[in-house]
Every structure is written in structure tokens, then in C-alpha cells.
Design a protein around this ligand. Structure first.
Ligand SMILES: O=C(O)[C@H](O)[C@@H](O)[C@H](O)[C@H](O)COP(=O)(O)O
Length: 229
């Protein structure tokens, strides 16, 4: 598979994870506020994982018109609604609190709207999408060695969610596809630790195929990386 040339990401660095969470929360709140000044409602797309919990908490305290903000999962584990394994559980616990308890959450697990209807229920495209990355190079719920993830990462296709298969349980996932993420105002990758920085450096320098390292899909396009040790 041919790779496009890589563009260098915008790199934002802090000395520790708390400072990084604060900096990203202010950045995202600013972007949402700017968009709210021009449109009646805005959408924020967020992934799961361990990294965003503190960022979510700081963001939840930011002063903005949360009633006009929709929060949409970038990806979800297909588990029963209410399961603690869901990304939704993390978002509800850490983000939909404090001031952000006024935000509208769009669940991909409940029958409505669900993945098929979700995009039509929000102001599309999202202003920002905050994504994470695993040390195997996965991002969103795009996984190396998974054919469904290849479909999700393909440049053609309608923006929407695609069911993918993770390497670890819970294996059934759903993820925004690349045509959807490409429409997002700003793609942010939140990463911590020297091992993840080394992986990003490898991807920037060696330009591996995104089938092998799905995050290469994001790195090849405008991207803001928020990193701390
Ligand atoms: O559902 C998920 O787990 C994610 O959306 C996934 O893509 C995550 O962002 C990375 O695995 C990073 O996770 P950590 O922050 O836990 O390293």
C-alpha cells in the first residue's frame, strides 16, 4: 500500500501529565468557545484509554456554554450499556461532571441514536477530536492486522462508524472511519511517556504503512500532538 508523504505534526510538550492535562483542557475549551461564537452548537469527539481521564476532569471545569456542546465517542467497545469497560463509562465519570454535566452525550451503545444515527444527531463535523495511541500503533479503534480496521482507514467511503476487531478483549469495537476523522476541525493526539514518543519518532522517520501502524494514518495529515513524560 502506498504511503502519502508525512507532514510534521504540531508538537506541544509539558513537563508532567498534570500540566499536559491542564494545557490540553484550556486548548480544547478555547476551540469550543471560538466555534460556539459562530454556531448554535458544537461537537467534541473523544477517545477512551487511560490517558484522557485527568484531561477530561480539568475540561469539565472550564467555563463555556456546555448546553450547546455534544460529546461524541471517537470509538467504543461494543459491551452492554452501563459496562465499566465502555469508553462511555470513562467519559461519563470524568468528563460529564461539574460544568460539563450540561453537555449532551451521544451514546453509541444505546439503541438510539447508536452508531448509525450518531453523526446525524450532532453538529457535524466536530471542532476537535482527541485521540490516543497504543504502543502497537493503534489509534481510535483501528488495529494492526485487522481487515475491518483497514476498511475504516481507507480514504474512500462515507463518513461514519465502522465495526472493527481489537487484539485484546473486549474485541468488538466501533470506530469513526478516516473519512469522518478527516472532516474534524483539529485532530489532537494525547500521548505520554518516552516509549510513545519514540514510537511517534519512528513513524515520522520511517513512514511505515498504516496497515502496520494505524496511527501513521493520522501522522500523515495535519495533527497536533500533546505530549509529556
Ligand atoms: O478504546 C480505547 O482504548 C481507545 O480509544 C484507544 O485508542 C486508546 O486511545 C489508546 O489505546 C490509548 O490508550 P491509553 O491512554 O490507555 O494508553
Amino acid at each position: 500500500m502506498a504511503m502519502e508523504p508525512l507532514v510534521a505534526p504540531r508538537w506541544v510538550e509539558e513537563t508532567d501529565s498534570e500540566a499536559l492535562a491542564q494545557r490540553l483542557a484550556v486548548h480544547v475549551a478555547d476551540r469550543l468557545r471560538e466555534a460556539l461564537a459562530m454556531q448554535s452548537g458544537v461537537t467534541l469527539a473523544v477517545s477512551g484509554g487511560r490517558s484522557p481521564a485527568r484531561f477530561f476532569e480539568v475540561l469539565s471545569e472550564q467555563e463555556l456554554d456546555w448546553e450547546r456542546v455534544a460529546v461524541l465517542p471517537v470509538d467504543e467497545r461494543l459491551v452492554v450499556p452501563g459496562s465499566p469497560q465502555a469508553n462511555e463509562a470513562l467519559i461519563r465519570e470524568h468528563l460529564l461532571r461539574n460544568r460539563a454535566s450540561e453537555a449532551v452525550f451521544v451514546s453509541l451503545l444505546e439503541s438510539a441514536p447508536g452508531p448509525a444515527e450518531a453523526l446525524a444527531r450532532v453538529h457535524w463535523p466536530p471542532v476537535v477530536a482527541v485521540l490516543g495511541m497504543g504502543l502497537d500503533g493503534h489509534t481510535a479503534s483501528w488495529f494492526p492486522g485487522d481487515d475491518a480496521s483497514l476498511v475504516a482507514m481507507a480514504p474512500e467511503g462515507r463518513p461514519g462508524y465502522v465495526e472493527t476487531v481489537a487484539l485484546e478483549a473486549p474485541r468488538a469495537r466501533v470506530s469513526l472511519n478516516w473519512p469522518a476523522l478527516q472532516e474534524v476541525g483539529e485532530r489532537v493526539l494525547l500521548v505520554q511517556g518516552d516509549d510513545k514518543r519514540a514510537l511517534l519518532k519512528y513513524i515520522l522517520e520511517e513512514k511505515p504503512d498504516y496497515a502496520q501502524y494505524p496511527v501513521a494514518r493520522l501522522v500523515a495529515e495535519p495533527l497536533t500532538v500533546f505530549w509529556s513524560p
